[in-house]
Design a binder for this molecule. Structure first.
Ligand code: ATP
Length: 240
């Protein structure tokens, strides 16, 4: 195997005195979808926030494409090719779909290419094309999630960090969005770290996974191995 795209070693992150990440190591190969599973409060969102530079780790290292990025400002991390699609979508509600997408490309100056990428987002999410002049705040939850992903794509990421894209959506919409994520990975080669509480859909999409409990990785392996694990079935797949 070649060089990992993202490599995290012994990461520790705190909120004041609270240790939210307790020595996490994780590897993502280029082209992979890696899911991070775990219950509420396990530290999944904090892990993404630390990768994207919104939080400084207390200890440990994060390497992206062979270079250290831990402790860097969020804009530097974005420029390196890492895009974070946060939990709760956070689209700009008073701006139109078009304006949200254009703002997504804020680090870029190549207008023709930006316009082309916007059309590409519309190919993946046709409903956004229909609503391109509509204010984002008037979209449904699923459409806002699509817009948040589309806005992230406008930065031409090498890796996307997706925080619970299934949150609050109907099973049908979740299937629709995950099918698009699968296509983005297969056709555009976008590598992904997918944080999810919905283990079933996440393991169906991902190549590999990590399970977190109270700030630690308690299990990891290929998606198939995790799906067949008795513990995962009992704690994460059973009740869904
Ligand atoms: P969720 O799915 O609910 O977001 P999670 O696995 O992403 O869960 P985190 O949000 O990363 O978990 O939270 C990890 C730990 O850090 C939890 O104990 C949580 O209470 C704590 N925590 C999260 N955000 C803050 C904050 N802003 N200030 C203090 N503690 C926080």
């Amino acid at each position: 195997m070649g060089e990992p795209l993202l490599e995290i070693r012994n990461l520790e992150s705190f909120y004041g005195p609270i240790m939210a990440i307790r020595g996490v190591s994780l590897t993502v190969e280029p082209g992979q979808i890696v899911t991070v599973l775990g219950a509420n409060g396990a530290g999944k969102s904090t892990l993404l926030r630390t990768i994207s530079g919104l939080m400084d780790p207390e200890k440990g290292e994060i390497h992206f494409a062979g270079r250290p990025i831990h402790g860097q400002e969020p804009h530097k991390v974005v420029e390196a090719g890492i895009v974070h699609v946060p939990e709760g979508r956070e689209v700009f509600p008073l701006l139109t779909v078009d304006e949200n997408l254009t703002l997504g490309a804020y680090t870029r100056r190549d207008r023709t290419e930006i316009a082309r990428d916007r059309e590409k987002v519309f190919d993946y999410f046709p409903i956004l094309a229909e609503r391109r002049h509509q204010e984002a705040g008037t979209l449904s939850g699923g459409q806002q999630q699509m817009l948040a992903i589309g806005r992230g794509l406008m930065l031409r990421p090498r890796i996307m960090l997706l925080d619970e894209p299934s949150l609050g959506l109907s099973p049908l919409l979740v299937q629709e969005i995950f099918a698009i994520l699968r296509r983005l990975n297969a056709d555009e080669g976008v590598t992904m770290v997918l944080v999810e509480q919905n283990a079933r859909v996440a393991l169906d999409l991902a190549h590999a996974g990590y399970v977190m409990e109270i700030g630690r990785v308690v299990m990891n392996g290929s998606a198939d191995r995790l799906k067949n694990s008795e513990d995962i079935q009992a704690f994460y797949l059973g009740q869904q």
